[in-house]
Design a protein around this ligand. Structure first.
Ligand code: GLA
Length: 463
């Protein structure tokens, strides 16, 4: 396999804000002892892997992320109307409950806390902790809703080319539903987004053991990652923008990770239809950090069928081939002449049948050495005309096509069942398993350093 070219390594190193330890090319990529690729996988990496043994992040216990199927259809959240699909699904929709559920409680009052934002109680955790819902609006009529549980973005409402609003991010109806289970819809993922092989790494000769909550590997921060905490929130509003600052402190030893990590994630919406996510973290002992947001998108509207007709451009000419458990095999590989190539726009569905299981891969972003906030992806949904462009300071993006969605997660009082490929994720990240790969950009954060990254989603319409 070829090494990562020097220019790419330099670009990635330059971007590791406040982090050190980005070493040069080489390495055998086996530090984390991933499962050995089959011969076929070596030849056609993107095509030959199967799903991880435990079906990934569709955990088994209802208390974790699988919906409790014994429950009656979800109740619409007070203040948040069920959002029926804007266009009918392409394929025969699964059987729905005949009537959407009616709200049984009085809606919680909305408190206006600024010219462009309001706040209301969203629900209560089993221990009584209140979870708030913040609604941000802008002068162009866009809305972003987020809750303090997991920092989950529950709605991004944007107009189509006829001005019709739809929520274009996959959501659940209530806190109760989010607590019953969901595959990381809209949440903050940490300490480490994506996988760490065999749930272990070594810092300064000391081995740290993490939960193996995804087959043999550690996924998205473990059993109780940052997506399952209520974050401390404070509103911010300025000229042309409004937002929420979310804070969380993860104690030393949390989920097996060393060091007390103080994390701040700030979401803001401005009048240019930009949703900005800013991540800051500091630690008191060396530890590994890789934060992201895990929103699933369907620019036709959540629940409006699959996303295979979306046209995608990824500003990446390399990706990481993975083994059967979705751990990188080693060095990045060129997308040229493979179904992984989105360097020029094409529909997500155009070659997805040649990628076993669907896309779930880390793409390494192109950027010039002095470019901090580089273009990562551009997506167009041809029917609605809605567009989304992503820029980021992070070195890579995980493109995931909702392969593990299977219709068991519902919304809109049961009127929506999220079937396979009903949403896609573009998670801006470091590479998977970096703690065990000295040749990848380093995710090590040391005391005195600051992890600082920005990702901006810009929404629009194409006429
Ligand atoms: C990430 C992973 C996927 C899957 C989803 C959650 O995007 O790469 O494999 O685990 O999270 O279901």
């Amino acid at each position: 396999m070829k090494s990562m070219p020097g220019s790419l390594t330099l670009a990635v190193c330059a971007l590791v804000v406040g982090l050190i330890g980005c070493s040069g090319p080489a390495g055998d990529g086996k530090t984390g002892k991933p499962a050995q690729p089959s011969e076929q996988a070596k030849a056609k990496p993107s095509d030959q892997r199967s799903q991880p043994p435990d079906k990934n992040a569709q955990p088994k216990k209802p208390t974790d992320t699988e919906p409790d199927k014994t429950k009656t259809p979800a109740q619409p959240t007070p203040g948040e109307k069920p959002q029926p699909p804007e266009t009918p699904p392409r394929e025969t929709p699964p059987e729905k409950p005949s009537q959407p559920a009616e709200p049984q409680q009085k809606p919680e009052p909305q408190e206006k806390i600024g010219a462009r934002m309001s706040k209301q109680v969203y629900g209560k955790m089993p221990d009584g902790t209140v979870v708030d819902l913040y609604t941000l609006t802008n002068s162009a009529g866009m809305k972003v809703k987020l809750i303090t549980y997991g920092g989950i973005i529950t709605a991004v409402e944007t107009p189509d080319r006829n001005g019709k609003l739809a929520n274009i991010t996959l959501y659940r109806d209530s806190l109760e539903d989010y607590l019953a289970g969901h595959p990381y819809f809209g949440c903050i993922v940490g300490r480490y987004a994506n996988r760490i092989a065999k749930g272990r790494f070594v810092i300064d000769g000391v081995e740290y053991k993490l939960a193996t909550n995804n087959g043999p590997n550690h996924l998205h921060g473990g059993v109780k990652g940052f997506d399952k905490y209520v974050w401390q929130a404070s509103p911010v509003e300025g000229d042309g923008y409004a937002g929420v600052v979310l804070k969380h402190e993860s104690p030393d030893g949390d989920e097996g990770y060393p060091g007390k990590l103080s994390v701040t994630v700030t979401y803001t919406l401005n009048d240019q239809n930009e949703l900005k996510m800013e991540y800051v973290a500091t630690t008191d002992k060396p530890t590994h950090v890789n934060l992201t947001n895990h929103a699933y998108w369907n620019l036709a509207g959540a629940g409006a069928g699959d996303i295979l007709g979306h046209v995608l451009m990824l500003n990446a000419d390399r990706f990481l081939p993975v083994d059967d458990t979705l751990i990188p095999l080693g060095e990045p590989r060129s997308v040229k002449d493979t179904p992984m190539d989105f360097t020029s726009p094409k529909t997500i569905g155009s070659r997805i049948d040649q990628v076993e299981g669907g896309y779930d891969h880390c793409y390494i972003l192109r950027r010039s050495p002095d470019e901090k906030l580089a273009l990562a992806a551009r997506v167009v949904e041809p029917k609605s005309g809605r567009t989304m462009e992503i820029r980021t300071t992070k070195p890579a993006i995980q493109f995931y096509t909702g392969n593990f969605l299977d219709g068991s997660i519902t919304a809109a009082g049961g009127n929506i069942s999220y079937e396979k490929h009903y949403g896609f994720c573009l998670e801006t990240e470091y590479f998977p398993d970096s703690p065990n790969r000295p040749e990848y950009p380093s995710t090590l954060l040391k005391p005195g350093q600051t992890y600082h990254h920005i990702t901006v989603h810009k929404f629009g319409v194409e006429k």
